[in-house]
Ligand binder design. Structure first.
Ligand code: GSH
Length: 260
């Protein structure tokens, strides 16, 4: 199988798993480059991303930029990287020769699905079914953006901020619960990328349970405390998919001690 999509990111990253799981199910080769989050400051962010020594980093001072979201301090992003990735974020996806940049993990996953012959993953070439899947992906992005801020600011919670996250959580999972009342899968009767993004993002959100102490110390309760009871269909769907081989290949151990 020849490489179809390349992704540069910090690793492991549930946002990258979306594409990897889709690639595995759709038999599309996805190449991943990257390193632990703290090591990405020593990398040249590019289609041909590589780890550099301190000496080499000194030589490319002209590529130095300040981290804007999630990263603090200097990062080294090439001009070409920023041309392909105007928001400068990872995961950063590319087509196989690097001439096209694809950003936002849901869009990278969509690119993988579109490159696949397994059309059921993304609406069987039906524009309306595809758009319905997009609707779930948009709702998922709103939720995941809220929890990205929540996780980054977890040490300085306040009522307004906390309640906003709580509302975003209830809204998204509430919608998924309703969807699962009528279909076996989120967008209908078979698995699509709407299910894959749901599993990866909600699993990541549930990891707030690891941060219980820090949340409790500020006088708040973990938001997902009653997930299993309040959203039984979503819980069951998440666990069913999480336990499948195609998901376990990348997510193994991620929910240990978090969810049963
Ligand atoms: N919604 C985006 C999130 C991407 C994002 O915000 N990435 C952050 C790290 S979590 C980043 O690359 N920041 C680069 C910077 O700080 O300059 C996705 O799903 O891909």
């Amino acid at each position: 199988m020849s490489e179809k999509i390349r992704i540069f990111s910090y690793l492991p990253n549930p946002r990258v798993w979306k594409s990897l799981i889709t690639g595995r199910l759709g038999r599309v080769k996805v190449k991943v480059l990257g390193d632990k989050p703290k090591n990405l400051v020593d990398w040249l962010w590019d289609f041909d991303a590589e780890k550099l020594s301190n000496l080499e980093l000194d030589d490319i001072k002209h590529f130095e930029r300040q981290g804007k979201r999630g990263f603090k301090g200097s990062l080294y992003k090439t001009d070409s990287f920023l041309e392909k990735h105007p928001f400068g974020t990872v995961p950063a996806g590319f087509n196989n020769d690097g001439s096209i940049g694809i950003f936002e993990s849901n869009s990278i996953m969509r690119a993988v699905a579109r490159s696949s012959n397994v059309t059921s993953l993304y609406g069987d070439n039906d524009p309306y079914l595809q758009s319905r899947i997009d609707s779930f992906l948009d709702a998922n992005l709103v939720f995941s953006r809220e929890f990205q801020v929540y996780v980054l600011e977890l040490k300085s919670l306040n009522d307004q901020f906390y309640n906003r996250m709580k509302a975003a959580y209830s809204f998204y999972i509430g919608g998924i619960e309703n969807a699962l009342s009528t279909g076996k899968f989120i967008s209908g009767s078979y698995l699509t990328i709407a299910d894959i993004s749901f599993v990866c993002d909600v699993a990541q959100f549930l990891r707030e349970r690891d941060r219980r102490t820090i949340i409790n110390e500020q006088g708040y309760e973990i938001i997902s405390k009653n997930f299993e009871k309040d959203f039984p269909k979503s819980h069951k769907h998440l666990m069913n998919l999480y336990n499948k081989d195609d998901f376990q290949k990348f997510m193994k151990g991620y929910l240990d001690g978090i969810l049963t």
